[in-house]
Design a protein around this ligand. Sequence first.
Ligand SMILES: CC(C)(COP(=O)(O)OP(=O)(O)OC[C@H]1O[C@@H](n2cnc3c(N)ncnc32)[C@H](O)[C@@H]1OP(=O)(O)O)[C@@H](O)C(=O)NCCC(=O)NCCS
Length: 179
Amino acid sequence: MDYSTSYTPHADAIAALFTATFTASEGPDEGALIGALARRLIAETPAEDLRVVTAWEDGALLGGIFFTRLIYAGDPRTVFMMAPVAVATAHQGKGIGQRLIAHGLDALRQEGVDIAVTYGDPAFYGRVGFKSVSEADMPAPQPLNQPQGWIAQSLTEAPLTPLSGPARCVAAFDNPALW
Ligand SMILES: CC(C)(COP(=O)(O)OP(=O)(O)OC[C@H]1O[C@@H](n2cnc3c(N)ncnc32)[C@H](O)[C@@H]1OP(=O)(O)O)[C@@H](O)C(=O)NCCC(=O)NCCS
């Protein structure tokens, strides 16, 4: 498996991966929503606020992850949110998701990012180091429909201590339907 961090040349393939994967797992409406999110994240997010890691084999796109910056008004630490994450339906359950996430988190660590946060199933993301956090300790940029899915980890030696908000996400995530 090869990893890539270049995204603009692969925008169509990445959007198609997210549309197809989320259509298969959660239906066509969610597929269209997340496919459009992937497209907007690539088209509209300033490069300094976006990292995309993709996994390829024999020229086929197997999986992808987006990381986007969260700004905490009262805190100097660098925070990136990991979302969305997709592994092509036919390739799920083979460890690709966990390897891709570990690779993406390592890259963030190497560039000095302090904290990674995500919004998803704690049972799955707990396997790659994420732990539940309260919205009091780490405010979310939008009201959360599933607060139990708000999870984070420190990427440094420092423990994960509360972040003071308000929190701001990139423009493509400013949509309550995504939260
Ligand atoms: C979630 C996803 C990225 C995981 O990637 P993957 O390559 O299939 O995962 P891995 O093979 O590394 O890990 C699989 C393990 O995680 C578990 N797992 C996978 N998806 C899970 C989920 N949504 N919730 C809980 N556990 C999950 C599997 O049961 C499996 O456990 P096992 O090893 O005990 O059998 C992938 O299944 C996917 O794209 N799903 C559809 C889209 C989605 O839900 N994305 C996440 C929300 S942003």
